[in-house]
Design a protein around this ligand. Structure first.
Ligand SMILES: NC(=O)c1ccc[n+]([C@@H]2O[C@H](COP(=O)([O-])OP(=O)(O)OC[C@H]3O[C@@H](n4cnc5c(N)ncnc54)[C@H](O)[C@@H]3O)[C@@H](O)[C@H]2O)c1
Length: 333
């Protein structure tokens, strides 16, 4: 099977490539990635001779088209993915998440190639902290930020191309991922590398915001489950019942790293910060038989701390730049 992985040099896409190489010898992989600030070229270095890597934009039809023509399946991880950045400058989010997905759709339509589109639970907006509800496949879209609204738009484009043009596509919307190779701008690696760098961790607002955490390997196993057994045209929610509030995430990191649990600072909340996300993955579990393997969040967190501790070379070159961007943003709030 020839698989084109867009965004395969980013966090989830690179983990997908590495695990697929290890577990599916019948798969031939090509990565298409623009190598934005979010990519880390060194992640794929150890497997460079086992895959084909193309540097290019998913919104550029002249690059996309020949690659799609040569594939049996496209898995679209490529996106601008950081909420805070989308508030500072939404333009690249519109371009990549909307125009890029449109470009891929036209190409898979032209060449009759299967697409699996990766998306986020943030398209559903947020839930109140005391609301017992969780998101399901039928929850109405209600995105809050330029990031989540452009992801929502990309999902709707995929659904429309399925309905209007018969494109063979599936979609999955996943909750918050953690694990190795995640950019240090994101909550968990940022706070781990803060502690490793002698910087006090930061908590937005009151820290009560709840995220539904899933290990990146569970996400990618679920993606393969949908590719293998999902029904064309359908959407599957991916989540591992991992609701934890941000304050608990940060104090757990501090405790696991041998620091005082209160050795952090509260900082001004970001505008429009969603309060709670929670996924009901019943459909994926019952119809497709998927179950998560990394269900103990604290032990997954401990493994992730070990990974960042052992891979300082991977993250140290970009750490200072990320903290400078956060410091400048805080001054404008
Ligand atoms: N991180 C999460 O918790 C999470 C949760 C659910 C869904 N998702 C979705 O999963 C996907 C991957 O997320 P991630 O966390 O790995 O993101 P990431 O920012 O770590 O990686 C994105 C990758 O896409 C590449 N890219 C960006 N614009 C591109 C373009 N125009 N053309 C080609 N490549 C481009 C980047 O260079 C990078 O390698 C995204 O679609 C995101 O919305 C992420």
């Amino acid at each position: 099977m020839r698989v084109l992985v867009t965004g395969g040099a980013g966090f989830i896409g690179a983990n997908f490539v590495l695990r697929t190489l290890a577990e599916r010898p019948d798969v031939d992989l090509t990565v298409l990635d623009k190598f934005t600030y979010a990519a880390n070229a060194s992640t794929l270095d150890p497997v460079a001779s086992d895959i084909r890597v193309v540097r290019g934009d998913i919104a550029d039809a002249s690059i996309v088209d020949p690659l799609v023509a040569d594939a049996d399946l496209v898995v679209n991880f490529a996106a601008e993915s950081h909420n805070d950045r989308s508030l500072a400058d939404p333009s690249s989010f519109v371009q990549t998440n909307l125009v890029g997905t449109y470009t891929l759709l036209e190409s898979v339509r032209r060449h009759d190639v299967r697409l699996h589109h990766i998306s986020t639970d943030e398209v559903y907006g947020d839930l109140d902290l005391d609301d017992p509800a969780r998101f399901t496949e039928t929850t109405a879209y209600n995105p809050s930020s330029p990031y989540s609204s452009t992801k929502a738009g990309s999902d709707l484009l995929v659904r429309a191309w399925v309905r209007s043009f018969g494109v063979a596509a599936t979609l999955s919307n996943c909750s918050n991922n953690y694990g190795p190779y995640q950019h240090v701008e994101k909550l968990i690696p940022r706070q781990i590398t803060n502690v490793l760098s002698g910087i006090r961790p930061k908590v937005y607002g009151d820290g009560a915001n709840v995220r539904d955490w899933i290990h990146v390997h569970d996400h990618n196993d679920a993606v393969w489950t949908v590719i293998d057994r999902g029904q064309l045209g359908e959407t599957y929610l991916i989540g591992a019942d991992g609701e934890v509030d941000n304050l608990t995430v940060v104090t757990s990191i501090l405790e696991l790293m041998g620091r005082e649990a209160d050795a952090f600072d509260f900082v001004t909340d970001r505008p429009g910060h969603d309060r709670r996300y929670a996924i009901d993955a019943t459909r994926l579990r019952t119809e497709l038989g998927w179950t998560p393997r990394f269900t103990d969040f604290r032990s997954g967190l401990a493994d992730t701390i070990d990974w960042y501790t052992a891979h300082r070379d991977w993250w140290a070159p970009v750490k200072a730049g990320v903290e400078a961007v956060y410091a400048a943003t805080q001054q404008t709030l």
